[in-house]
Structure formats: C-alpha cells, structure tokens
Design a protein around this ligand. Structure first.
Ligand code: GLU
Ligand code: MG
Length: 461
C-alpha cells in the first residue's frame, strides 16, 4: 500500500461515483466503513451513499485512539499510539464493497487507513496483512487462506446464554429447530457473493459453523469480518443472538476461528506434489515448521483475550499442543492433504489454537510472517504427532518434544515480546500496541472468575 497521489485519489473518486447509481438501485442509503482494532473489535463509521465518492478519494476521518482501546473501550497507551490527538482517514477498498443482504439499505467496505498526508497509517492492521502478502510475493510465494467461523446461537432477552437449539452435535434436530434461520444464514452469505462451502451444527450448545472458500489472505480476513456481521444480522432478524466469543459457557467447548493456509510458488501448491512427508515440498515443510516454531508467540495475536485460554483445553479440538499431524484435530497444526486426486489444489495447513476474538488481519499477517521466516531459514518440521497428544503422559510428550502452548494470555504475551521475527514484521507501533492491549486485558480480568470473564466477553466479539 503506497501513498495516495492526487491522480490516485481522482481515480478512486471516479470509480466510486460510477458505483453509486447501482447501489441506489439496490436501495442502498449508507456505506459502512469497517476496520478491526488491536483488541479484535470491529469498529466502523458510516457515510451516506452520496459521500462514497469523497470517502473513496479522501477518506473519512477517525481518531487513531482506537488502536490501543481494550475490548471494553478503555484506552491504554504506548510510546507511539493512544493519544487523543490526530486524525486517520478511513479509505474504503472498493474491491471489497458488498451490499449487505441482512441489513437492507446498507453496503459495507473494508478500509485501509491513511494519514492526512496520504501516507499509509503505521497502525493499519489491514495494511500490515497486505505488507506480509507483498513480502511473500517478493519471496516468490502466493497464499490462499480461509477462516472457519464458529458461533453459538442464543435466544432470550438477557445477557445469559440460552441455546436457541438443542440436540446432538452435527444433529439434524438442530437444523430442524432452526431451519429458517439456517437457510437464511446460507442465503444471506451467498447473496453477498460469498462462496459458502458448508454449514453445520457444531459440538457445543447451540453452536454452528460455516466455511467459505479460500481467497488471498487480505480478502480472507475481510470475509471473516463480513461473514460474522452477516450472521449477527440474520440472527437479529430471527430474534436470536450470535456469540463468536472464544468461550460462551465456562468449561464447555468454545468457538474456534481456525485459519487454513496454503503457500504456492509458480502456480504449484507447496504442500502437495513434493517428495517429503505426505507429498510436501521442502519449502512447504519449512513454511509449516516456521508457523509451528512461532506458535507460542502467535497466541498473543490469535488467542488475544483471557477468555481464549478458557477455550484452550486439551481434548476439546482446540489444538493446545505445539505439534502437527495429518488430519489430526488435536494438534495445533493440522495438515489437510485433501483426497487423492485433488491434493494439488486442496492441501493446506489449519492452525487451530486461535479464535475469533483475534484481529484477522494481524493474525493472517503474523502467521504468514512466521511461515516465511521458516521458509527463509529452511526450518525443520519435527516428527508428526498421531492421535490426541493429551493421551500421552508428560514423559512421553517430553521425549517427543511436544510442548503445551501458553495456558494464559500472560504467557503468550511474554512469548510474543521475546519473538523478534514477529515484532519486526509488525513494526514497533503495532507490536507495542499488541503488548499494551493484551496486558490491559490481563489487568482488567486479574481478579475475575472464569464465569465472570465469559460473561463479560460473551457478546463482545
Ligand atoms: N470448537 C472447536 C474449537 O474450539 C473446534 C471444533 C472443530 O474441530 O471444528 O476450536
Ligand atoms: Mg468446528
């Protein structure tokens, strides 16, 4: 993302103006300008459709203070960020503009953030993700990525969680009970042009999951935001509430936000067609080895709240051990090979120890940075883990080099603070913001019981 020149502003403005008649025809009155802050909160401004041209060219102003807001809107500070001074410009990416199917009259666009001088804003998380995509491109690698979205559907007026459907995991009973709702979720996502791969009732009370097709990493992060807000809106239309929080009921299986990623070079998937384990290439193994090596630090990005660590229990499919396995749903990194005949296209790695409180732009950028560091160093990929590592005793896990990932946000932040590769990739303003915001969340919940943590964050994300 380079600076905005006068010519570029003019071109953006013209393009926006050309889009407005069709938006009006579709009944659009307002455009939501969307970004996600360091705490993982989707923050927005909205402009009338007539202002889209100006916003596309000049951006819409917003305080930079949100980059160090906690999830309860309390600000913290770093050396670079958190001051009430200044103005950043929210510049909609018109390629991502979507008419919202479950919010009549509204369209939505992800924004890149710029300074008033037209320079990329240092704490723009979407710019960071794009910069890591560019770093990969410079190394000859392109990526395909997708986030899985899990949520719990609740009913009732209060803030308690009352599951909106009962019955077994993956059970047809749930789909029967929420038949219209489920159809409307599918329909709304497809109407927005999203390529839905599947929807199913998940394990936990009232829990559902949806997957959309892989895309480039920045688009995948955009979709993670759009899919969730669309599900939230469909839920509201049905008098229901969607919780994307890592833990919805303390002690139960939580909501994951697993990230699938495949690195490609010269049109070839590096996780297929090679002569190493499961046909991975040398570069493919190194990429996965890099992700694995940086996982403890990545948790500060991907499991960013104290509630995340309530979800991260052994044998809960959340991947709490730093190891990998083919189609192993209890390893933090699952190698998905796909079926014979489609592997060249389908093979990918799934990072499981992360949730939807994470900022998807920071997350995809950091996972990419870790993979690329592995690739540059020809990182080794250890022995595969088969079956649930929780079934091994400590001595066996030690002998196999399988470590438990951080069990608290504090441990994850310490790992992140010591990870030079991730800090360098993020740059000081964003890296310091991550540390400050996570420490702020830790302080906020220092004396809270698991039930209090869950209750405070259940409807936040
Ligand atoms: N809900 C599980 C989690 O917390 C994931 C279940 C699955 O494997 O999809 O990550
Ligand atoms: Mg799932």
């Amino acid at each position: 993302m380079s600076g905005l020149t006068g010519a570029e502003r003019a071109a953006r403005g013209r393009r926006a103006r050309a889009l407005v008649p069709a938006l009006r025809e579709q009944g659009v009155d307002g455009i939501v300008l969307s970004f996600v802050d360091t705490a993982g909160i989707n923050r927005i401004k909205a402009v009338p459709v007539d202002r889209l041209e100006r916003s596309a060219a000049w951006g819409t102003g917003m305080s930079p203070v949100f980059d160090t807001f906690l999830s309860n809107d309390v600000p913290v500070r770093t050396d670079d960020l958190g001051s009430p001074d200044g103005d950043v410009r929210l510049v909609p990416d018109l390629d991502g503009l979507v008419v919202l199917s479950a919010q009549p009259g509204w369209a939505w666009a992800p924004v890149d953030r710029y300074t008033q001088e037209g320079e990329p804003y240092v704490a723009c998380q979407r710019r960071f993700a794009a910069a890591m995509v560019e770093r990969a491109r410079a190394a000859g690698v392109t990526l395909r990525a997708a986030f899985e979205i899990e949520w719990a559907v609740g009913r009732g007026d209060g803030d308690e969680f009352v599951p909106a459907c009962l019955g077994p995991a993956y059970g047809m009973t749930r789909l029967v009970e929420l038949s219209d709702y489920s159809r409307d979720v599918l329909g709304a996502l497809q109407e927005e042009g999203l390529d839905v791969e599947q929807l199913h009732p998940e394990y936990s009370d009232g829990q559902y999951e949806v997957s959309v097709a892989a895309a480039d990493p920045v688009t995948a992060a955009d979709r993670s935001v759009l899919v969730r807000q669309t599900i939230r809106a469909v839920s509201a239309q049905h008098g229901l509430r969607a919780s994307f929080a890592p833990s919805v009921i303390a002690g139960h299986v939580g909501n994951g936000g697993h990230l699938h990623l495949s690195p490609w070079r010269d049109g070839r998937n590096l996780l297929a067609g090679g002569d190493l384990r499961y046909a991975m290439t040398r570069d493919g193994e190194s990429f996965v080895g890099g992700v694995l090596a940086h996982l403890p630090a990545l948790m500060a990005i991907g499991a960013p709240t104290p509630a995340s660590y309530l979800r991260l229990q052994p044998s809960h499919w959340a991947g709490v051990y730093a190891c990998w396995g083919r189609e192993t749903r209890e390893t933090a990194v699952r190698l998905v090979t796909g079926s014979t005949g489609e592997r060249a296209d389908a093979a990918n790695v799934e990072v499981k120890c992360i949730d939807l409180a994470a900022n998807p732009y920071l997350l995809v950028g950091c996972v990419l940075a870790a993979g690329l560091a592995g690739l540059a160093d020809t990182a080794p990929l250890p022995e595969e883990t088969v079956d649930d590592p929780a079934l091994l005793d400590d001595a066996e896990r030690d002998a196999r080099g399988i470590e438990r990932l951080p069990t608290s946000l504090g441990d994850a932040v310490d790992a992140f603070a010591a990870d030079d590769a991730l800090r360098e990739a993020l740059g000081r303003p964003l890296a310091d913001a991550v540390v400050a915001v996570r420490r702020g969340e830790i302080d906020r919940f220092a004396d809270a019981s698991p039930e209090d943590v869950v209750a405070a964050l259940r409807w936040t994300y």
